[in-house]
Design a binder for this molecule. Structure first.
Ligand code: NAD
Ligand code: GLY
Length: 368
């Protein structure tokens, strides 16, 4: 088992990474306060992993709250069912909420923990690649609003993150690819050599090779812990973690939550950010093409939905959380491995990016 640390003074916590951690009663016990535990999971993950976790928690009074599965349920109504479960079983302030599932469960259970009786203890057990490398670390919790992704929420750090790499064996290939989008992101924003490693190991990662997956998770979590440790509340460098997300959130909101997976929307959105960086002269077209090839090798879409016009993008992007004083700030690449957040770009370059022919770019790549 590998242990990383998120350094946030009194809110610091460990990230444990290894096989079969779900059953490690000793690790869980170190981070549980009181005798009451509420596990929040969903109807897909619960049949796979809930019994193992419940048996590791045999000494506690455990309530299991099983939610419907999907991004479309990341809303107020589902959050209310978590509170119904907690209050119905008379959970008090010394309850520990454990999220067992992907990013949707982690974001909702974390938000419920932040709100319930004004804040109770919280542990993340992420079971998708995306949640293991990104959403379980850093304390962003929340739900969607029909007008915008993740628009209602709180910063609320967990006591610990337990990443059981073995849980990925049941993950559908499309979901694995979605997680790889966030893994590639770390290479693009702050770790250029990691892109070479990913190019060399993509086949092993997609074949669920445990050694390759563990290495990718460790390197991604280390990057995320560094960034969050430097800027917990996103007043600076943390915003670079949103590379591709402004375009990507517009795709998710426009297409209807759950139609495009979050990681898929991030992949296509990141290609748009690469194209804009290229049009600004910050990266060259060979670098853009190299990154597009990596997304394609990961099994990810690189072309935004055909039905989305530039006007659709601008409408959704106007409610992005990076808008400040009416100015839309974008995460772009000054160089591969060096992201910047800026509102200083010519408007016509953004417009050209939104109306670029991405399908033609892919066709050219395929003919090379
Ligand atoms: P998800 O939670 O919807 O999980 C994807 C699917 O995989 C679901 O059907 C789930 O039930 C299933 N699943 C989960 N674990 C499984 C397993 N081990 N075996 C089989 N099936 C399994 O999606 P996700 O990609 O994990 O997370 C996306 C969400 O995370 C989005 O809502 C996004 O906004 C959020 N997010 C949050 C942050 C953050 O910092 N808080 C960062 C990135 C993404
Ligand atoms: N996934 C973006 C962040 O945690 O800041």
């Amino acid at each position: 088992m590998q242990t990383l640390q998120v350094d946030l003074a009194e809110r610091s916590y460990p990230i444990y990474i290894g096989a079969d951690l779900l059953q490690r009663a000793d690790l869980l016990a170190q981070h549980i306060v009181g005798r009451q535990v509420a596990i929040v999971s969903n109807e897909t993950v619960a049949p796979l992993y809930l019994a193992a976790l419940e048996s590791a928690l045999a000494g506690y009074r455990v309530t299991s709250i099983v939610l419907p599965d999907g991004e479309a349920f990341k809303n107020w109504q589902t959050l209310q069912t978590i509170f119904d479960g907690l209050l119905g079983a008379r959970h008090d302030r010394r309850t520990t909420v454990i999220a067992l599932g992907g990013g949707v469960i982690g974001d909702m259970a974390g938000f419920a923990a932040a709100c319930y009786q004004r804040g109770v203890n919280f542990i993340q057990i992420p079971t998708t690649l995306l949640s293991q490398v990104d959403s379980s670390v850093g304390g962003k919790t929340g739900i969607n609003h029909p007008l915008g992704k993740n628009m209602v929420g709180a910063f609320y750090q967990p006591q610990a993150v337990l990443i059981d790499t073995r849980s990925l064996v049941t993950l559908p290939p499309r979901e694995l690819s979605a997680g790889l989008a966030e893994v590639i992101k770390y290479g693009l924003i702050c770790d250029e050599p990691f892109l070479g490693w990913l190019e060399a190991n993509m086949t092993a990662l997609r074949a669920l090779d445990q050694v390759a997956l563990t290495a990718a998770i460790e390197r991604s979590c280390a990057a995320k812990a560094r960034v969050v440790g430097a800027d917990e509340r996103e007043s600076g460098v943390r915003a670079t973690l949103n590379l591709g997300h402004t375009f990507g959130h517009a795709i998710e909101t426009h297409m209807g939550y759950g139609v495009w997976l979050h990681g898929e929307a991030v992949a296509a959105g990141t290609v748009m950010a690469l194209e804009m960086s290229c049009r600004l002269g910050w990266i060259d077209s060979n670098e853009r093409d190299r990154c597009m090839r990596l997304f394609l090798a990961a099994g990810l879409p690189v072309v935004p939905p055909a039905e989305m016009t530039p006007e659709h993008f601008l409408e959704h992007m106007a409610v992005d959380k990076k808008v400040q004083d009416g100015q839309l700030r974008l995460v772009l690449l000054r160089a591969v491995g060096e992201a910047v957040v800026t509102s200083e770009y010519p408007r016509d370059i953004l417009n050209a990016t939104l109306s670029a022919d991405y399908a033609a770019l892919v066709a050219r790549l395929n003919n090379q």
